[in-house]
Design a protein around this ligand. Structure first.
Ligand code: NAD
Ligand code: UGA
Length: 463
């Protein structure tokens, strides 16, 4: 008989959407998503589905369809673990901020807490699925905790990393390029793999469901993110060379992307990649390589992060330099704060670092983002601990209306590629700004010649 009860620990950007899709596609399975964060669970249960804590196109409709039928959000972690046959661990695995490996290694304290809680509560055999992104060989540690409970319960551990991207989570989950499942080669391991394959087979073609050993699966996730981020750093490196030589990075990207061996995706030059995972996962990879004494491997991947930091810094430096080497007291308007369009997530967004640099130069930052609140913007800056909260609050304004955000500005900087920015009345914005009116397009989304015709001094990335 197949799985009938699933529990997912962690109701975040991965746990929430992933379980919503499983519940939608498998009405025969009861799916309970649990979290320690009461506020987050309350938001998932909000009567108005528009108030769920994560903004993803299409997600609220799916939650509306399945919630209360076979999809449940709860803070009763132990009860959900006890009842489930299969438990997904989808908690956060941030970069360590203390001790050995500080600033590099993944902090696995939340993972270990989950393992200990599962060990304590379980009275029946369970399949434990690593959904979080984890260092290779983490399953070994989880297994060691679970196998030492002494209560005779048998556990199988699977690795099933998630490849969804924010902003397209629903589409990515409905039509994944592949589902990856790693498990033990023993009979029990293969049975556990089959149980999870059967869940996905409710909507994913069997030939897209790949099964491997546990270590390959764990390492493939870090590898995929490293390769994706590497493409961005590679094109961003070329963007700086383009600016010096008269080449245009968009044209270069198009030209190389038509080579079927290179492919056209993930070649958009930008102010730098953000998001909660690329940096954390590469740092983790670097740390793992170093821990095996593979210094050349570590240095190779670390360069992706060094390049990305350089790209963010280059963007803020260029604003200061172009504005006659001083932004002191000047109003600079940020269009966008999220790390990419169609999400309310701001973790590691380039906007945070660019704002921090400009505030150091005494600029006044105005922010408009269709999905990000002032509270979030200030929390992101406070997290850097560059200055105190009052100073951040004094130097940053937020607006609900983009035209008000831009009025009186010396410069506009596009930090997120929200579609609506392209459609704005740029003449109206120009008329309301200080002159010369500067526009720094960190996403290359605006029409350069239209803006120049209006009178803007327009700066793109890589041309
Ligand atoms: P998140 O911070 O949005 O969510 C994690 C949740 O886990 C939080 O709500 C937290 O309260 C909860 N939690 C932590 N410890 C807990 C415990 N012991 N019991 C119950 N709840 C607990 O994180 P996320 O973005 O969903 O990422 C989760 C994992 O998935 C990470 O390893 C990440 O690398 C990986 N991942 C993320 C993405 C993405 O797009 N965000 C994509 C693929 C993989
Ligand atoms: C990324 C991966 O794409 C997912 O496959 C993976 O599951 C996820 O990380 C994860 O492990 O967390 P995500 O960070 O949500 O997804 O979004 P991406 O679309 O990858 O964008 C990441 C950053 O790179 C954004 O700041 C984006 O603006 C930037 N980017 C992306 C570019 O600057 N240029 C590009 O060509 C593509």
């Amino acid at each position: 008989m197949g799985i009938t009860k699933i529990c997912c620990i962690g109701a975040g950007y991965v746990g929430g959407p992933t379980m919503a899709i499983i519940a939608q596609k498998c009405p025969q399975i009861q799916v309970t998503v649990v979290d320690l964060n009461q506020e987050r669970i309350a938001a998932w249960n909000d009567e108005d589905v528009n108030n769920i804590p994560i903004y993803e196109p299409g997600l609220s409709d799916i939650v509306k369809e399945a919630r209360g039928r076979n999809l449940f959000f709860s803070t009763e972690v132990e009860k959900a673990i006890d009842e489930a046959e299969m438990i997904f661990i989808s908690v956060n695995t941030p970069t360590k901020t203390y001790g050995k490996g500080k600033g590099m290694a993944a902090d696995l304290k939340f993972i270990e807490l989950c393992a200990r809680q599962i060990a304590k509560v379980s009275k029946t055999d369970k399949i434990v699925v690593e959904k979080s992104t984890l260092p290779v060989r983490t399953a070994e540690a989880i297994k060691s905790i679970l196998d030492n409970t002494g209560n005779g319960v048998k556990f199988q551990i699977l690795s099933n990393p998630e490849f969804l991207a924010e902003g397209t989570a629903v589409q990515d989950l409905l039509n994944p390029d592949r589902i990856l499942i790693g498990g033990e080669t023993t009979d029990e391991g293969q049975k556990a793999i089959q149980a999870l394959v059967d869940v996905y087979a409710n909507w994913v073609d069997k030939d897209r469901i790949l099964t491997t050993n546990v270590w390959s699966s764990e390492l493939s996730k870090l590898t995929a993110n490293a390769f994706l981020a590497q493409r961005i750093s590679s094109i961003n490196a070329m963007s700086e060379l383009c600016e010096k030589t008269g080449a245009d990075v968009n044209e270069v990207a198009r030209a190389i992307g038509m080579d079927s061996r290179i492919g056209p995706k993930f070649l958009k030059a930008s102010v730098g990649f953000g998001g909660s995972c690329f940096q954390k996962d590469i740092l983790n990879l670097v740390y793992i390589a170093k821990s095996y004494g593979l210094n050349e491997v570590a240095d190779y991947w670390e360069q992706v992060i060094i390049m990305n930091d350089h790209q963010k810094r280059r963007f803020s430096d260029n604003i200061v330099k172009t504005l006659y080497n001083t932004v002191s007291g000047k109003k600079i308007t940020f269009l966008g704060w999220a790390f990419k369009k169609d999400t309310n997530d701001t973790r590691e967004s380039a906007a945070i670092y660019v704002a921090d640099d400009l505030i150091n130069e005494n600029a006044k930052i105005s922010v408009y983002d269709p999905k990000v609140s002032r509270k979030k913007v200030l929390a992101d800056l406070d997290y850097l601990q560059t200055r105190n909260s009052e100073e951040n609050a004094d130097n940053v304004l937020s607006f609900e209306n983009p035209y008000e955000a831009c009025a009186g500005a010396h410069a506009i900087a596009v930090l997120t590629e929200w579609d609506e920015f392209v459609a704005y009345d740029w003449q109206k914005i120009y008329d309301s700004m200080q002159k010369p009116a500067f526009a720094f397009d960190g996403r290359n989304i605006l029409n350069a010649s239209d803006l120049q015709k209006i009178g803007f001094v327009y700066h793109a990335i890589g041309s």
